[in-house]
Design a protein around this ligand. Structure first.
Ligand code: SF4
Ligand code: SF4
Length: 248
């Protein structure tokens, strides 16, 4: 072994010992994140297998780029089951924070893996009280968000361009409701069903569209709350026309 290879092996060993002491699971042959992440300095796009992936992991580990050092794999920190290791499950979870809201990004290395894990992801999101976001942020194609209503609304309110949905709370004449609007064209088609369910959970109403426009709007929520908001809209003759009332 050359002295360079020896230094690499020593650095890996030391790092593995430190991680074990910190309670982190070993990667043990998994290299999924090395395909999933994008590494600008290597001209590596997300989804491309890195040229430095070797039989026992990264061949340039001590000198790996900053993006690799800053990637945190949720499974390694002890979440999910041992058998859900990313190379076996086909999903990689990565904690993020944006505008003071924490969430998890989930990426799949095998098509359909996220759908297969949907129930488990829903349970994990509920247990952690966060949203789990599936999609490609760089390509602005978030298509699904797992997790509790409160976390989903908080995420959209603080980061409308992440999910592509702008949610704001409104209060008027003793009524309280949320307005959901597209922050990117076409996003509502992914979230309309979810917003209907969320509106029921909230006991409030969610209005999709623009309250103060002549465009038709959809109102979701428990019947009483929907009826109260619909009559408020009706009072504003010609301003907003309720199209769908209540849960279909
Ligand atoms: S996805 Fe997680 S377990 Fe797999 S190589 Fe990356 S850090 Fe290790
Ligand atoms: S440089 Fe190493 S750690 Fe980074 S993506 Fe490539 S193989 Fe993985």
């Amino acid at each position: 072994m050359s002295s360079r290879d020896e230094r690499r092996a020593n650095a890996k060993e030391l790092n593995a010992a430190l991680e074990e002491a910190a309670g982190m699971r070993p990667c043990d042959g998994c290299t999924e994140c090395c395909t999933i992440i994008g590494v600008r300095s290597l001209n590596k796009l997300p989804g491309q297998r890195c040229k430095f992936v070797g039989e026992s992991g990264c061949k340039t580990y001590p000198n790996r780029p900053q993006e690799c050092r800053q990637f945190y794999c949720f499974w390694r920190f002890g979440y999910m089951d041992d058998e859900d290791r990313p190379d076996k499950s086909g999903i990689v979870l990565n904690p993020r924070q944006m505008n003071d809201v924490s969430f998890l990004m989930v990426s799949e290395s095998r098509p359909g893996a996220v759908e297969k894990y949907a129930d488990k992801l829903e349970d994990l999101a509920a247990a952690q009280g966060v949203s789990i976001v599936f999609g490609n942020i760089a390509e602005q194609t978030v298509t699904r968000v797992f997790g509790p209503t409160s976390a989903f609304f908080e995420l959209c309110m603080a980061n409308p361009h992440l999910v592509g949905l702008h949610i704001a709370q409104r209060n008027e004449r003793g009524l309280s409701w949320f307005v959901a609007k597209e922050a990117r064209p076409g996003t509502l088609k992914y979230f309309n069903d979810r917003l209907r369910d969320d509106a029921e959970t909230l006991g409030s109403v969610v209005l999709t569209g623009t309250f103060n426009s002549t465009e038709p709007v959809d109102i979701y929520g428990p019947p009483d709350a929907v009826a109260a908001l619909a009559s408020l809209i009706a009072e504003r003759q010609g301003i907003g026309k309720p199209r769908a009332i209540g849960k279909a």
